[in-house]
Design a protein around this ligand. Structure first.
Ligand SMILES: Cc1ncc(COP(=O)(O)O)c(C=O)c1O
Length: 377
């Protein structure tokens, strides 16, 4: 099997799996004061400290949670709740049409509950410009939420410039940075964002584990209620093994980040060169997109059929975003960038990882040629 779907999930690393097994075998609850509890707490805090070191932030700014979707919902719904309580009416949210559904869906929920939601207009590469953001900010804007790296076409935003525009108006900013760690350089302090969300399974940690960054001094209410874990921000017994394994995986991924960036770039170039011979193939991702992702359109073909043919040939790729797979809906990211619905349906995403080899890339490119020929009859 040739796995080229790293943007959907990165297989858990051997080191993370071992770390998970070790911590999962501990008998205690990290909130318990006895020795068993302390042993669990040590692993939990070591995991958090490792993630904090890799992200260059204070561990106290990181709340362990259940992943990117939870973090995105927590920021949007939590900020909205606090704003509504303070102003006794719904406010204004600024976001983009090319967010992951983990941001889009709570934004739409807020819109259905009286919030005014502005969706910025992307340029042809899916980028958002600070001037455009400055124009739409209002006195009642409660939050700006713009992803850092796009999961479908790899566009990387100038998060520092966007956050600076929001900060100049006193508006908190959030970035969904789920696709960045282990591939792209991150500078949460330099960016100046108020909130950021992360997910361990994108960097070789376990699925269902994530981290919510809240800048020191900023506030956010809990959106679930229970015990006092995670400073009361995210109640519930922590996933000690998941957090520890996430930390082990990120330490390794960040240590190898520059080499990974170069490797992924080389793999993508090789792939694109080889598939350029396929008739009618077009590349969607911008040239300076995250090297993790290659997005290609085969006009006239059916993306779902292509994917199934690729699967028969042993290649795992993705149509649109993983979360949209199976729904048969054209990708909202691609249509927001101006692709027609048939072209969006004829688009595939291949995404590369540290373990991807030149041989795998060549075989996948050849399989795509074969699948395209089959699907065109
Ligand atoms: C940009 C982005 N945000 C959020 C998510 C959701 O993260 P999780 O799968 O941890 O809920 C994903 C996962 O596909 C993603 O790519």
């Amino acid at each position: 099997m040739i796995y080229l779907d790293y943007a959907a999930t990165h297989p858990i690393t051997r080191e993370a799996l071992d770390a998970y097994a070790l911590a999962a075998a501990l008998p205690g609850n990290p909130a318990s004061v006895h020795a068993a509890g302390q042993a669990a707490r040590e692993r939990l805090e070591e995991g958090r400290a490792r993630v904090a070191t890799a992200l260059g932030v204070d561990p106290r700014t990181l709340t362990a949670n259940g992943g990117g979707t939870e973090g995105d919902n927590h920021v949007l719904l939590g900020v909205a709740q606090a704003w509504t309580e303070a102003h006794s009416r719904p406010g204004h949210l600024v976001t983009t049409p090319t967010e992951h559904s983990a941001v889009l869906a709570p934004a739409r929920w807020l819109a259905a509950h009286g919030w005014d939601v502005t969706f910025l207009t992307p340029d042809a590469h899916g980028r958002y410009h600070p001037d455009q953001l400055a124009e739409v900010l209002r006195d009642d804007t409660a939050l700006v939420s713009i992803h850092h790296a796009n999961n479908e076409i790899g566009t990387v935003q100038d998060t520092a410039a966007l956050a600076a525009v929001a900060a100049a108006r006193g508006v908190p900013s959030h970035t969904d940075a789920v696709q960045a760690p282990g591939v792209l350089p991150l500078d949460l302090n330099g960016w100046g964002v108020t909130y950021a969300t992360f997910s361990a399974h994108k960097w070789g940690g376990p699925r269902g584990v994530g981290f919510l960054y809240v800048r020191r001094g900023a506030t956010l209410p809990p959106i679930t209620h229970g015990g006092g874990q995670e400073g009361g921000l995210r109640p519930g017994t922590q996933n000690t093994a998941g957090v520890y394994a996430a930390g082990v995986a990120l330490t390794q991924a960040e240590a190898e980040r520059e080499a990974t960036f170069a490797h992924l770039g080389a793999m993508r170039r090789r792939f694109l060169e080889r598939v350029s011979a396929i008739p009618g193939l077009r590349v969607n991702h911008p040239p300076d997109a995250s090297p993790k992702v290659a997005s290609v359109t085969l006009s006239g073909a059916d993306g779902e059929a292509l994917l199934m043919n690729l699967d028969l040939l042993g290649v795992c790729a993705s149509a649109g975003s993983a979360c949209a797979a199976g729904t048969m809906q054209p990708s909202h990211v691609l249509t927001a960038l101006g692709l027609s619905e048939p072209d969006a349906r004829a688009t595939l995403r291949f995404s590369f990882g540290r373990a991807t080899t030149a041989g795998e890339v060549d075989a996948a490119a050849d399989a795509l040629g074969q699948a395209a020929a089959w699907s065109r009859g």
